[in-house]
Design a protein around this ligand. Structure first.
Ligand code: FPP
Length: 260
C-alpha cells in the first residue's frame, strides 16, 4: 500500500509563508527531538561581497544566535551545531586564531540569554589542542548552564566523527582487555554509550547549508537513519524561517528505518 505523506508540507506552499505562520504551522505537528546542522558557507558569503572571510564568520555567529532562538521557540529538545572540526585546524593560522577568539567570545556573551531561556550548553569533541583561554570560556558556560533543563545545545568543537568512533572503540577495547566484556558481547548499544553523545537520541534531521552534498565527518554513527535537508542558502543568510521550513518538510516525510 502506498503511503501518502502528510504533515504541513503536503498541504501548504511553505515558500509563501512568513516566519510566524511557519512557526505556528510547525508547532501544530510533532516536532523532531534532535536537529543537527552543518553550518557552511561563511567564507563564500563574505567573498561574494568582496569582504574578508572573517566578516562571514562574524555574520555566521549572528545566524547561529537566530537559529538557537528559533530551535528553542519551536520546541526542539536537542540542537547540535558543527562549529569547528578537527579538519578545520588545517586552515591558515590567522583564520584559525580568528575563529577561536570569535567562537569563545560568541559563547561567553551568550551566557545570559542561555540562562534566561533555560538552555544547557554541552560540547562534543576532543578537549586536547584547544587553546587554554578558549577552553576556560567554554567551561564557564558549560558549567553555568549545567542545571538548565530546556533545549540541550550541543556544540561540536574540535570534533571529528572518526575520532569519536576511535575513542569509543579504544574505550571498548580497554574494557575487553580488563575482562569486563568479550568481543562477541559488544552490541550497538555498547558503541552508542561509548560515544560523546552517549545520552542523546540520534539526530532526526541533519541540515547542511551552502549546497554541498557531504556529511564531512559529522556524527557518522548517529546519522545512520537521519533525514537530510540540504539547502543552497549560505549559513550567514540562514534564518528562523529556513529552520521552520526544514522541520515542516521533515514532518511530511515517512521514515522506514530500513523497513517497508
Ligand atoms: C563554515 O563556513 C563555518 C565554519 C566552519 C566556522 C565556524 C562557524 C561559525 C563561526 C558560525 C557560528 C557558530 C557558533 C556555534 C557560535 P566556511 O568557512 O567553511 O565557508 P566556505 O565553505 O564558504 O569557505
Amino acid at each position: 500500500m502506498a503511503v501518502t505523506p502528510s504533515g504541513p508540507s503536503a498541504r501548504t506552499d511553505l515558500a509563501k509563508l512568513g516566519e510566524l505562520e511557519l512557526l505556528e504551522l510547525v508547532r501544530s505537528h510533532p516536532v523532531p527531538a534532535h536537529v543537527a546542522i552543518i553550518m557552511d558557507g561563511n567564507g563564500r558569503w563574505a567573498t561574494q561581497r568582496g569582504w574578508p572571510r572573517a566578516a562571514g564568520h562574524k555574520e555566521g555567529v549572528t545566524a547561529a544566535r537566530r537559529v538557537i532562538r528559533a530551535a528553542d521557540d519551536v520546541g526542539l529538545r536537542y540542537l547540535t551545531l558543527y562549529a569547528f572540526s578537527t579538519e578545520n585546524w588545517s586552515r591558515p593560522a590567522q583564520e584559525v586564531s580568528m575563529l577561536m577568539a570569535l567562537l569563545e567570545r560568541a559563547i561567553v556573551s551568550e551566557l545570559p540569554e542561555l540562562m534566561e531561556r533555560n538552555v544547557r550548553l554541552r560540547i562534543i569533541g576532543r578537549a586536547d589542542g584547544v587553546p587554554a583561554p578558549v577552553q576556560r570560556g567554554i567551561d564557564r558556560v558549560v558549567n553555568g548552564t549545567a542545571n538548565n533543563t530546556g533545549l540541550q545545545l550541543f556544540m561540536a568543537f574540535n570534533y571529528g566523527g572518526r575520532d569519536e568512533l576511535l575513542d569509543a572503540f579504544r574505550a571498548l577495547a580497554r574494557r575487553v582487555a580488563a575482562g569486563e566484556l568479550t568481543p562477541d558481547e559488544i552490541t550497538e548499544a555498547h558503541v552508542t554509550r561509548a560515544l560523546y553523545t552517549k545520552d542523546v537520541p540520534d539526530p532526526d534531521l541533519l541540515i547542511r547549508t551552502s549546497g554541498e552534498m557531504r556529511v564531512s565527518n559529522f556524527l557518522l554513527w548517529q546519522i545512520a537513519y537521519t533525514e537530510l535537508w540540504i539547502t543552497p542558502t549560505l549559513w550567514p543568510e540562514f534564518g528562523a524561517a529556513d529552520l521552520y521550513r526544514a522541520v515542516a518538510d521533515f514532518q511530511g516525510r515517512v521514515r522506514r528505518f530500513g523497513g517497508v
